[in-house]
Design a protein around this ligand. Structure first.
Ligand SMILES: Cc1cc2nc3c(=O)[nH]c(=O)nc-3n(C[C@H](O)[C@H](O)[C@H](O)COP(=O)(O)O)c2cc1C
Length: 504
């Protein structure tokens, strides 16, 4: 109720400001009167809007308020902890690190540490020495001849098309300066990706950049891209947390000539990637596809990204790995609460497993089939802070990606307009007028700063936990309040004995 009153009050203030500053000086009182009269007549006789026919002139307030509601809400109503999908505290965390501003917080936590599901980590009375450098994680199993030593925190998949050319360029330059990788997203590799940063080349169901004319996988085109020296790993996208089972969506407004050419599609049409791959139809077929990509890329690490849906299908893939001996080098796990440029709302809200359950299930299944030692687990979904990375690694991930964290570092203000080509910050738009607002020479530094500062904080948490290396991180170090009891993750999700599913 308090929020509603504040909201109405601020809406009126803004409307008053508009009338006094814009309309009155130009048209005076008589002019305003005539405009209002004409508007009233039009409203009564138009047939589209019931509210305007019944409440001429006044009814416009509703549409104006609806239009500016998100902005008013964010600026005047939202508290530090309730913004959606990313609350103000987390957004501020990224902005401060990106701009190298104040990294401390005054006067204690604003979080309700006694609320159900609250998570925290244990510290040690005997902290370890803070590591001087962020450790790297080598990705590449026994069949991989070009393993890659990855940073622990990287840029998650976001295509050129979903993001502007300036955003992609700044991300890649940031990745280069900070020595972390940049996942291309399913939209292919553009010249903006080739600024010298390490790339993970994502191959989605649309096979953009490696497709035949009729939209199937083209080994020749794939090989050409995979052999680029910037490409360090290849990720086959099975699904994405925000829209599993749907496939990518590039709205027509964002699909300009340049993007259409890179993707091999028609410009100014909505581009929907198919929900599934045409290159394989079952678990073994999928593994042979992985083997094929490994050969075509001459031994680069090959992995896949998915949001967990049917547990049985994932188990099938693991069993096929055991049977055929063909294994991916990494698996990227995304959660239902993950981000997207554009998705149907039901898919975003109700399809796919939430992140924590998905990560636990993936790690445990791989351990159960004795596959975890060879296959690295990468994860993304609301990993913004050093604690988020710490928690993910304790659960069993080997490294993390961030999409929306990196967007915030680029200057995203969560305007929620990624699907309209009207992103006001130039991050998620291909409108040249808006894109110019994003100054690459400034923003790449912010991407680098955010990543570096977060990793610095991570090293401090690691030291505070008493661990000397990330290998020591485990589920006993983090806790969650469940049914009013505090339980460690190890109690909640006990460790699976390596290979135990093979004995059945
Ligand atoms: C604008 C945008 C575009 C994305 N495009 C892709 C994509 O092309 N391929 C993909 O696998 N995931 C894509 N994602 C999902 C992210 O890579 C990531 O998995 C998900 O947003 C969860 O991470 P986050 O919480 O850090 O955003 C996109 C996300 C956003 C916000």
């Amino acid at each position: 109720m308090k929020e509603a009153i504040r909201f109405t009050f601020f809406s009126f203030v803004i409307l008053l400001i508009i009338i006094v500053t814009i309309i009155w000086p130009i048209y005076g009182f008589t002019g305003i009167g005539l405009i209002i009269f004409g508007l009233g007549i039009y409203d009564i006789f138009q047939k589209k809007h019931t509210i305007l026919r019944n409440f001429p002139v006044l009814g416009h307030m509703r549409y104006i308020m609806e239009r500016i509601r998100p902005e008013l809400h964010q600026y005047f109503v939202e508290s530090n902890t309730d913004g959606k999908p990313i609350d103000r505290n987390h957004r501020a965390y990224v902005y401060e690190r990106a701009k190298l501003q104040n990294e401390t917080h005054p006067f204690g936590t604003e979080l309700d540490v006694n609320q159900e599901s609250f998570k925290w980590m244990q510290h040690s009375i005997y902290p370890s020495q803070k590591l001087k450098e962020v450790p790297r994680e080598t990705i590449g199993g026994s069949k991989c001849t070009k393993p890659y030593a990855a940073n622990l925190f990287n840029i998650s998949a976001m295509s050129f098309g979903a993001l502007s050319s300036n955003a992609i360029t700044a991300l890649n330059l940031g990745a280069k300066a900070g020595n972390f990788y940049h996942d291309t997203g399913e939209g292919g590799i553009s010249k903006y990706h080739l600024q010298g940063g390490d790339l993970v080349y994502e191959v989605g169901t649309g096979y953009f950049g490696c497709r035949t004319e009729d939209g199937n996988f083209s080994p020749e085109n794939f090989k050409e891209k995979a052999l680029l020296q910037e490409v360090k790993m290849i990720e086959i996208k099975l699904s994405q947390g925000a829209k599993p089972g749907h496939g990518g969506v590039l709205p027509a407004e964002k699909n300009n000539y340049e993007i259409a050419e890179i993707r091999g599609v028609k410009p100014h049409t909505t581009v929907l990637s198919p929900p599934g791959h045409s290159a394989f139809k079952d678990a073994k077929g999928f593994l042979y596809f992985i083997q094929n990509l490994r050969e075509l890329s001459e031994g680069k690490p090959i992995g896949f990204k998915l949001a967990i849906g049917s547990k049985g299908e994932f188990i099938d893939i693991c069993e096929a790995m055991v049977e055929t001996g063909i294994k991916p080098d990494f698996i990227t796990v995304d959660g239902a609460e993950g981000g997207t440029g554009a998705a149907p709302i039901d898919f975003s809200n109700y399809v796919g497993m939430p992140w924590e359950d998905a990560l636990i299930f993936t790690v445990d299944t791989l351990r159960g089939y004795n596959l975890k030692k060879e296959i690295k687990v990468i994860t993304a979904t609301k990993i913004f802070t050093a604690f988020d990375i710490f928690k993910a690694l304790c659960i069993g991930a080997d490294l993390c990606n961030s999409a929306r964290g990196m967007m915030l570092a680029l200057g995203c203000i969560q305007a929620l307009k990624c699907d309209t080509n009207k992103c006001p910050t130039g991050v998620a738009t291909n409108d040249p007028k808006l894109r110019r607002g994003l100054v690459v020479s400034e923003k790449w530094k912010r991407v680098k700063n955010y990543q570096e500062q977060t990793m610095e904080d991570f090293l401090e948490l690691l030291a505070a936990s008493g661990c000397d290396s990330t290998d020591q991180l485990n589920r006993k170090l983090i806790f969650k309040k469940v049914n009013n009891k505090i339980l460690s993750y190890n109690e909640l999700y006990p460790d699976i004995e390596e290979g135990c599913y093979l004995k059945k």
